[in-house]
Design a protein around this ligand. Sequence first.
Ligand code: XMP
Length: 511
Amino acid sequence: MQHQKVLVLDFGGQYNQLIARRVRDMNVYCDLKPCEMTVGEIKKYDPIGIIFTGGPNSVYEKNAPHIDKTVLSLGIPVLGICYGCQLIAQTLGGSVGHAAASEYGKKELFLVGDSPLFEGVEKRSVCWMSHTDRVEALPEGFSTLASTETCENAVYGNAEKKIYGVQFHPEVVHSVYGNTILRNFLYNVCGAKGDWTMKNFVGESIARLRERIGDRKVLCAMSGGVDSAVAATLVYKAVGKQLTCVFVDHGLHRKDEPEEVMRVFRDGLGMNLIKADAGELFLEALRGVTDPEQKRKIIGKLFIDVFEKEAKKIGAVDFLVQGTIYPDVIESGKGKSAVIKSHHNVGGLPDVVDFKEIVEPLRDLFKDEVRRVGTELGLSDGIVWRQPCPGPALAIRIMGEVTAEKLATLRDTDAIFREEIARAGLEKEIWQYFAVITDSKTVGVQGDFRTYENVIALRAVTSVDAMTADWARIPYDVLERVSNRITGEVKHANRVVYDITSKPPATIEWE
Ligand code: XMP
């Protein structure tokens, strides 16, 4: 692609993806790459600037990651953040030491020098610190640009070399001028033009897809989720009816979802979209099954079987579309973590489809960028801001056996919760919100009658990447309305509870 690129070298800090997302938000493309990248690889990548991220190590530890000094003499602007800031100082002959006390949290930052980094930054402001080591002596030619009470070299740099270090975390919202400083680095120091926009991305992607696919055939599994919807729409805009999409209706979707998918993509956009009706098959396979892992396995396998059957009808294709996004690509580079839940995605499909190549049009995008591309492509907020929904969908939100009756109760309950969240304008603030049917029944009184019905749990979390999450502080009056409506409008529900557990220790889903 023809846009400028910034390289974010990953030294293992917890905010690293956030740095990359902030840079992209400023309309500058960047990639997060392992810090082991060689000078040759960096030159080949040809970035307009490099950012060294934070990391958990001390630069003077034996096995701490380092960089080749040459990287700092390529003439490419560099910004080091936290560990990256200390690394620059150490590499160029300054010194890093252990501070008497760690600095953690909000600190007052005061500017002591002029710098292109500080355009629009107040002399005194709040920044977010999280460090124990600090830069004690600067390398020759560098000067202190800003300090905090306990950290003299909170920002330092050399304007001629275009190399800067910031001890605090500009990417974190608590650093009031963090975004301004990052933007200034990109635009004032690296000469960014701001050529990474979703409009450009859409135009370039469609052109590239058209060129790559030519007049050949493409197949895509639509799940109804944002990623596959946007991926399919991009490919559809590029090659139209050469694309066939298959939507497996496993009968476990949320209320009206299958109808909406068909209405928007087949009837509205005119896509070649096939719906495989397999609701009965899935219910049958899940009969009597109560173990969450077993449910997931059964659904995952059956999904692939149903898809395979449809794919066989279509015959050989040249390409299979996958909705892989950038965080999947970054994470796959790291060591394997323990399997907490066997996630069922479309990962198993390549084995059952007769195809030659995989197309991943969203491989370079973060989730928020995927959403913006969706909007750019004309998809409605309803599709673009759709909740992440697990592959096994409502089956893992019904504790115990999945039955048609419980599915109906959950669909109605979940729809009310979603409606009320939307009405309160909280849709974009809350990462994910849904209802669960617990396997407890309790006594209630509805009208003049004693009831013995299901306990419904509401789950709503805020999160950045679903790896960790906090329970959402939904206003009481919204919760009250949801509860009243559920117990008043839905059959077989007489009690509503709200889940106030973060992740960890709980997971987002209940199974
Ligand atoms: P947990 O429950 O593990 O979920 O905290 C983290 C995120 O992943 C979603 N999730 C799934 N997504 N297939 C998926 O594609 C699955 O089997 C699956 N299980 C959980 C969950 O909704 C949350 O967003």
